[in-house]
Design a protein around this ligand. Structure first.
Ligand SMILES: Nc1ncnc2c1ncn2[C@@H]1O[C@H](COP(=O)(O)OP(=O)(O)O)[C@@H](O)[C@H]1O
Ligand SMILES: [Mg+2]
Length: 257
Protein backbone atom coordinates (compact mmCIF):
# COMPACT_ATOMS: atom_id res chain seq x y z
CA UNK A 1 0.00 0.00 0.00
CA UNK A 2 1.32 3.46 -0.86
CA UNK A 3 1.77 6.19 1.72
CA UNK A 4 -1.51 7.77 2.83
CA UNK A 5 -2.22 11.27 1.51
CA UNK A 6 -4.20 12.07 4.67
CA UNK A 7 -3.65 10.41 8.02
CA UNK A 8 -5.72 11.13 11.10
CA UNK A 9 -4.48 9.76 14.43
CA UNK A 10 -6.44 9.61 17.69
CA UNK A 11 -8.21 12.86 16.88
CA UNK A 12 -10.44 14.44 19.50
CA UNK A 13 -12.59 17.54 19.54
CA UNK A 14 -14.28 18.55 22.73
CA UNK A 15 -16.82 21.41 22.84
CA UNK A 16 -17.25 22.06 26.58
CA UNK A 17 -19.20 18.96 27.69
CA UNK A 18 -19.58 17.41 24.24
CA UNK A 19 -17.09 15.14 22.47
CA UNK A 20 -17.87 15.97 18.85
CA UNK A 21 -15.04 13.74 17.57
CA UNK A 22 -13.73 10.98 19.83
CA UNK A 23 -10.42 9.21 19.37
CA UNK A 24 -10.79 8.95 15.60
CA UNK A 25 -8.12 7.37 13.38
CA UNK A 26 -8.26 6.68 9.65
CA UNK A 27 -6.33 7.39 6.48
CA UNK A 28 -7.06 8.29 2.87
CA UNK A 29 -4.94 6.81 0.09
CA UNK A 30 -3.90 9.01 -2.84
CA UNK A 31 -6.42 8.73 -5.69
CA UNK A 32 -9.24 7.43 -3.47
CA UNK A 33 -12.75 8.68 -2.92
CA UNK A 34 -13.51 8.06 0.73
CA UNK A 35 -16.94 8.84 2.12
CA UNK A 36 -17.65 9.82 5.71
CA UNK A 37 -21.23 9.08 6.67
CA UNK A 38 -23.25 9.09 9.88
CA UNK A 39 -26.39 10.57 11.39
CA UNK A 40 -26.70 14.33 11.96
CA UNK A 41 -24.41 15.42 14.76
CA UNK A 42 -22.01 12.50 14.17
CA UNK A 43 -19.05 14.90 13.90
CA UNK A 44 -18.51 14.92 10.14
CA UNK A 45 -18.33 18.70 9.65
CA UNK A 46 -16.23 19.06 12.80
CA UNK A 47 -13.79 16.55 11.33
CA UNK A 48 -13.60 18.60 8.10
CA UNK A 49 -13.08 21.78 10.10
CA UNK A 50 -10.16 20.19 11.93
CA UNK A 51 -8.57 18.98 8.68
CA UNK A 52 -9.02 22.37 6.99
CA UNK A 53 -7.82 24.28 10.04
CA UNK A 54 -10.98 26.06 11.15
CA UNK A 55 -11.35 24.14 14.40
CA UNK A 56 -8.39 23.13 16.57
CA UNK A 57 -8.39 19.51 17.75
CA UNK A 58 -8.34 18.98 21.52
CA UNK A 59 -5.75 16.25 20.92
CA UNK A 60 -4.45 13.97 18.19
CA UNK A 61 -2.55 14.50 14.96
CA UNK A 62 -3.29 15.07 11.28
CA UNK A 63 -0.68 14.44 8.58
CA UNK A 64 -1.08 15.49 4.96
CA UNK A 65 1.40 14.23 2.37
CA UNK A 66 3.75 13.36 5.22
CA UNK A 67 3.56 16.82 6.83
CA UNK A 68 2.00 17.33 10.23
CA UNK A 69 -0.70 19.95 9.59
CA UNK A 70 -2.90 20.12 12.68
CA UNK A 71 -0.99 23.07 14.09
CA UNK A 72 -0.66 24.95 10.78
CA UNK A 73 -2.88 27.92 9.92
CA UNK A 74 -5.65 27.39 7.36
CA UNK A 75 -3.84 29.16 4.51
CA UNK A 76 -0.76 26.96 4.92
CA UNK A 77 -2.93 23.85 4.64
CA UNK A 78 -4.51 25.31 1.51
CA UNK A 79 -1.04 25.97 0.08
CA UNK A 80 -0.11 22.35 0.76
CA UNK A 81 -3.10 21.30 -1.35
CA UNK A 82 -6.25 20.97 0.77
CA UNK A 83 -9.41 22.60 -0.58
CA UNK A 84 -12.98 22.34 0.60
CA UNK A 85 -16.61 23.16 0.05
CA UNK A 86 -19.03 23.91 2.85
CA UNK A 87 -22.19 22.24 4.10
CA UNK A 88 -23.78 25.69 4.08
CA UNK A 89 -22.79 26.95 0.64
CA UNK A 90 -20.23 29.77 0.87
CA UNK A 91 -19.91 31.89 -2.25
CA UNK A 92 -19.60 35.64 -2.76
CA UNK A 93 -23.10 36.46 -3.96
CA UNK A 94 -22.35 40.06 -4.98
CA UNK A 95 -19.33 39.09 -7.10
CA UNK A 96 -19.57 37.63 -10.59
CA UNK A 97 -19.31 33.93 -11.21
CA UNK A 98 -15.87 34.40 -12.81
CA UNK A 99 -14.60 36.54 -9.91
CA UNK A 100 -15.72 33.86 -7.44
CA UNK A 101 -13.48 31.30 -9.14
CA UNK A 102 -10.62 33.81 -9.48
CA UNK A 103 -10.64 34.19 -5.69
CA UNK A 104 -9.71 30.51 -5.55
CA UNK A 105 -6.77 31.10 -7.94
CA UNK A 106 -5.25 33.79 -5.73
CA UNK A 107 -3.71 31.25 -3.40
CA UNK A 108 -0.99 30.88 -6.02
CA UNK A 109 -0.49 34.61 -6.55
CA UNK A 110 3.21 35.42 -6.71
CA UNK A 111 2.89 39.17 -7.07
CA UNK A 112 3.75 40.87 -3.79
CA UNK A 113 1.87 43.67 -2.08
CA UNK A 114 4.19 46.45 -3.24
CA UNK A 115 3.97 45.40 -6.87
CA UNK A 116 0.22 45.05 -6.56
CA UNK A 117 0.03 48.62 -5.26
CA UNK A 118 2.02 49.82 -8.24
CA UNK A 119 -0.42 47.93 -10.46
CA UNK A 120 2.48 46.84 -12.58
CA UNK A 121 2.76 44.57 -15.54
CA UNK A 122 3.37 41.44 -13.41
CA UNK A 123 0.05 41.94 -11.66
CA UNK A 124 -1.81 42.41 -14.93
CA UNK A 125 -0.21 39.26 -16.35
CA UNK A 126 -1.10 37.31 -13.25
CA UNK A 127 -4.69 38.53 -13.24
CA UNK A 128 -5.04 37.59 -16.84
CA UNK A 129 -3.65 34.09 -16.19
CA UNK A 130 -6.11 33.68 -13.30
CA UNK A 131 -8.94 34.82 -15.55
CA UNK A 132 -8.01 32.16 -18.11
CA UNK A 133 -7.76 29.43 -15.47
CA UNK A 134 -11.09 30.44 -13.91
CA UNK A 135 -12.80 30.60 -17.28
CA UNK A 136 -11.50 27.15 -18.25
CA UNK A 137 -12.95 25.71 -15.02
CA UNK A 138 -16.32 27.35 -15.68
CA UNK A 139 -16.24 26.00 -19.20
CA UNK A 140 -15.54 22.50 -17.93
CA UNK A 141 -18.60 22.67 -15.66
CA UNK A 142 -20.96 24.27 -18.20
CA UNK A 143 -20.99 27.61 -16.39
CA UNK A 144 -18.98 29.65 -18.91
CA UNK A 145 -22.13 31.33 -20.25
CA UNK A 146 -22.75 32.64 -16.71
CA UNK A 147 -19.20 34.00 -16.17
CA UNK A 148 -20.29 37.65 -15.92
CA UNK A 149 -23.51 37.02 -14.01
CA UNK A 150 -23.65 37.97 -10.33
CA UNK A 151 -23.28 34.70 -8.40
CA UNK A 152 -26.40 35.40 -6.31
CA UNK A 153 -28.48 35.12 -9.49
CA UNK A 154 -27.48 31.50 -10.17
CA UNK A 155 -29.81 28.61 -9.35
CA UNK A 156 -28.95 26.73 -6.15
CA UNK A 157 -27.58 23.81 -8.17
CA UNK A 158 -25.33 26.15 -10.17
CA UNK A 159 -24.09 27.75 -6.93
CA UNK A 160 -23.05 24.31 -5.65
CA UNK A 161 -21.10 23.71 -8.87
CA UNK A 162 -19.55 27.18 -8.63
CA UNK A 163 -18.32 26.51 -5.10
CA UNK A 164 -16.72 23.31 -6.34
CA UNK A 165 -15.07 25.17 -9.24
CA UNK A 166 -13.64 27.73 -6.81
CA UNK A 167 -12.21 24.95 -4.62
CA UNK A 168 -10.52 23.47 -7.69
CA UNK A 169 -9.02 26.80 -8.73
CA UNK A 170 -6.37 26.42 -6.03
CA UNK A 171 -5.21 23.20 -7.77
CA UNK A 172 -5.66 21.05 -4.64
CA UNK A 173 -4.50 17.48 -4.11
CA UNK A 174 -7.29 16.72 -1.66
CA UNK A 175 -10.89 17.91 -1.93
CA UNK A 176 -13.06 17.95 1.18
CA UNK A 177 -16.68 18.03 0.03
CA UNK A 178 -19.23 18.60 2.81
CA UNK A 179 -22.64 17.54 1.48
CA UNK A 180 -22.10 18.65 -2.15
CA UNK A 181 -25.54 17.36 -3.16
CA UNK A 182 -27.52 18.57 -0.12
CA UNK A 183 -30.79 20.18 -1.19
CA UNK A 184 -30.42 19.17 -4.83
CA UNK A 185 -32.95 17.16 -6.84
CA UNK A 186 -31.65 13.76 -7.98
CA UNK A 187 -30.79 14.92 -11.53
CA UNK A 188 -28.54 17.71 -10.21
CA UNK A 189 -27.07 15.40 -7.57
CA UNK A 190 -26.13 13.09 -10.43
CA UNK A 191 -24.44 15.98 -12.24
CA UNK A 192 -22.32 16.67 -9.14
CA UNK A 193 -21.64 12.95 -8.85
CA UNK A 194 -20.42 12.89 -12.45
CA UNK A 195 -18.12 15.87 -11.81
CA UNK A 196 -16.60 14.13 -8.77
CA UNK A 197 -16.12 10.89 -10.72
CA UNK A 198 -14.42 12.80 -13.57
CA UNK A 199 -12.11 14.65 -11.18
CA UNK A 200 -11.18 11.40 -9.50
CA UNK A 201 -10.45 9.77 -12.85
CA UNK A 202 -7.96 12.59 -13.40
CA UNK A 203 -6.31 11.71 -10.09
CA UNK A 204 -8.07 13.86 -7.50
CA UNK A 205 -8.33 12.45 -3.98
CA UNK A 206 -11.69 13.16 -2.36
CA UNK A 207 -13.08 13.00 1.17
CA UNK A 208 -16.84 13.15 0.80
CA UNK A 209 -19.52 13.81 3.39
CA UNK A 210 -22.94 13.14 1.90
CA UNK A 211 -26.38 11.90 2.94
CA UNK A 212 -27.37 10.95 -0.61
CA UNK A 213 -26.68 7.22 -0.29
CA UNK A 214 -27.02 6.52 -3.99
CA UNK A 215 -24.18 8.96 -4.57
CA UNK A 216 -22.07 7.62 -1.69
CA UNK A 217 -22.49 4.00 -2.73
CA UNK A 218 -21.73 4.62 -6.41
CA UNK A 219 -18.73 6.97 -5.93
CA UNK A 220 -16.82 5.77 -2.89
CA UNK A 221 -13.96 3.33 -2.82
CA UNK A 222 -14.47 3.02 0.89
CA UNK A 223 -16.73 4.40 3.57
CA UNK A 224 -16.10 5.49 7.15
CA UNK A 225 -19.14 5.51 9.43
CA UNK A 226 -19.27 7.82 12.44
CA UNK A 227 -21.82 8.02 15.22
CA UNK A 228 -21.61 10.39 18.18
CA UNK A 229 -18.10 11.34 17.09
CA UNK A 230 -16.90 7.75 17.15
CA UNK A 231 -15.61 5.38 14.50
CA UNK A 232 -18.16 2.60 14.16
CA UNK A 233 -17.31 0.92 10.87
CA UNK A 234 -15.09 1.33 7.82
CA UNK A 235 -14.76 -0.50 4.52
CA UNK A 236 -16.53 -1.16 1.23
CA UNK A 237 -20.16 -0.21 0.62
CA UNK A 238 -21.19 -3.85 1.07
CA UNK A 239 -19.28 -4.15 4.33
CA UNK A 240 -20.77 -1.07 5.99
CA UNK A 241 -24.27 -1.67 4.62
CA UNK A 242 -24.42 -5.02 6.42
CA UNK A 243 -22.72 -3.88 9.62
CA UNK A 244 -25.13 -4.19 12.59
CA UNK A 245 -23.74 -1.08 14.36
CA UNK A 246 -24.33 0.99 11.22
CA UNK A 247 -27.93 -0.15 11.00
CA UNK A 248 -28.60 0.64 14.65
CA UNK A 249 -26.96 4.09 14.37
CA UNK A 250 -29.32 5.02 11.56
CA UNK A 251 -32.36 3.38 13.17
CA UNK A 252 -31.55 5.32 16.34
CA UNK A 253 -31.73 8.53 14.34
CA UNK A 254 -35.16 7.60 12.95
CA UNK A 255 -36.44 6.95 16.47
CA UNK A 256 -35.37 10.41 17.61
CA UNK A 257 -36.68 12.16 14.50
N1 LIG B 1 -18.65 25.18 17.33
C1 LIG B 1 -19.33 24.29 18.05
N2 LIG B 1 -19.56 24.49 19.37
C2 LIG B 1 -20.24 23.57 20.10
N3 LIG B 1 -20.73 22.43 19.60
C3 LIG B 1 -20.54 22.18 18.28
C4 LIG B 1 -19.83 23.10 17.45
N4 LIG B 1 -19.79 22.57 16.19
C5 LIG B 1 -20.44 21.41 16.25
N5 LIG B 1 -20.89 21.17 17.51
C6 LIG B 1 -21.61 19.95 17.96
O1 LIG B 1 -20.78 18.86 17.65
C7 LIG B 1 -21.56 17.75 17.20
C8 LIG B 1 -21.10 17.35 15.82
O2 LIG B 1 -21.52 18.34 14.89
P1 LIG B 1 -21.16 18.29 13.36
O3 LIG B 1 -19.70 18.03 13.23
O4 LIG B 1 -21.70 19.49 12.72
O5 LIG B 1 -21.96 16.98 12.91
P2 LIG B 1 -22.36 16.48 11.44
O6 LIG B 1 -21.66 17.32 10.44
O7 LIG B 1 -21.95 15.05 11.43
O8 LIG B 1 -23.86 16.61 11.36
C9 LIG B 1 -23.02 18.20 17.27
O9 LIG B 1 -23.55 17.75 18.48
C10 LIG B 1 -22.90 19.70 17.21
O10 LIG B 1 -24.00 20.29 17.84
MG1 LIG C 1 -22.32 18.46 8.90
Amino acid sequence: MSEALLKVDSLNCQFSGLRAVADLSFSVQPGAIKAVIGPNGAGKSTLFNMIAGVTAPTSGAIHFAGVRIDTLPTFRRAELGIARTFQNLQIFREMTVLENVMVGCHLHGKVGVVKALLRGRALRDEESAFRDTAFALLDRFNLAAKADVVAGDLSFGQMKVLELARALASRPRLLLLDEPAAGLPQAEAEHISQIIADLNRDGMTVLLVEHNMRMVMSLSHDILVLNNGQWIAEGTADHVRRHPDVLSAYLGETEHA
